[in-house]
Design a protein around this ligand. Structure first.
Ligand SMILES: O=P(O)(O)OC[C@H]1O[C@@H](O)[C@H](O)[C@@H](O)[C@@H]1O
Length: 304
């Protein structure tokens, strides 16, 4: 008998008739497709990256670039990349991949199940090996639990499996689809201090809701409260709630930044907005040997 292909073997072990199947996605990367009465979703095992989430009766919530690479070694532009164990460039090694190494490796699918309430949960794992130790010497296990329903709940758990303390940054780099970036507003950050990465990380204070009008790369600090994107064009409000995340990053490269990104179409920046749950910069997380930290982000969509 012929050995099963990688995709067939995953399907054989984890597929759920009529609800979840593993398919060969763009570039041959394995993608878990979920169709339940509550939502449709797609999760690439490469990066454990949610690429699509469409609650029943709603339009697509996430932005995915039409020009994205789908290729081993390159990051997928859009959806929800997982950034770990550093964010942006690695402080002591500018040659290391930006946003860490877990968004450019295939994760292991550990379980796929339907819960009593009809929601579908998948758990993906990744852990240290020689290739990660060459970039970051620590031993770790990351478990990512993705619960797909009319809300999307993401839980990223990091365990220190080594014998020395470790310190890491993390983010769920959510790219949201917006009708028009010029008209979108972010609520929930009023009076919050942020570090402006387009201006040497100068400390500034948000006054009122955020309306973007230029390249924006802000790390809002000490933000445990929910944030909301108001989108008058798509007539919806996207709410992001979080737990054990004290940084909210807001990013849009604007026209000039987008022009420098080969994996973002010319006008696509006008239809995306990143509002990310994270722990970065001075909010990096420290774990003693054997300790574990879980950050949660819950997304929901409301008509306006
Ligand atoms: O192009 P990348 O590596 O996916 O990063 C995109 C952006 O991601 C944002 O979240 C960062 O704050 C930015 O500094 C960065 O430019």
């Amino acid at each position: 008998m012929e050995p099963l292909s990688h995709i067939d073997a995953l399907n054989h072990r984890f597929g759920i008739d009529g609800i979840a199947q593993i398919v060969s996605g763009k570039g041959g990367l394995p993608v878990v497709q979920i169709t339940s009465p509550a939502a449709h979703a797609e999760v690439s095992l490469y990066g454990a990256q949610v690429l699509s989430w469409r609650p029943a009766g709603q339009e697509e919530v996430l932005f995915l670039s039409k020009q994205s690479h789908f290729e081993s070694g390159k990051a997928i532009r859009g959806g929800i990349p997982v950034c770990f164990p550093w964010f942006r460039a690695k402080a002591d090694n500018p040659k290391a991949p930006t946003h860490g190494f877990v968004r450019t490796r295939e994760w292991r699918l550990d379980s796929l199940s339907v819960d009593d309430d009809g929601s579908v949960t998948l758990v993906c794992l990744t852990s240290s090996d020689d290739s990660t130790r060459a970039l970051w010497r620590h031993d770790f296990l990351v478990a990512y639990r993705i619960r797909i329903a009319s809300t999307l709940r993401l839980e990223l758990s990091v365990m220190n499996r080594g014998t020395s303390p470790l310190r890491f940054e993390e983010a769920l780099h959510s790219y949201f689809r917006v009708g028009d970036i010029h008209q979108a507003r972010v609520h929930g950050l009023d009076a919050v201090t942020y570090l402006d990465n387009t201006d040497g990380n100068k400390s500034k204070r948000q006054d009122g809701s955020l309306a973007l009008a230029a390249p924006t790369d802000n790390a809002y600090i000490d933000t445990e409260a929910p944030a909301e994107i108001l989108d008058p064009v798509l007539h919806r409000r996207l709410r992001t709630e979080k737990l054990h995340s004290s940084t909210t990053i807001v990013w849009n490269p604007w026209q000039q930044g987008a022009a420098a990104l080969s994996d973002l179409g010319n006008d696509e920046w006008q239809h995306m907005l990143c509002v990310e749950a994270g722990n970065i910069l001075s909010a990096a997380v420290s774990l003693a040997p054997g300790e574990e930290h879980t950050m949660r982000s819950t997304l929901s969509i409301h008509p306006e």
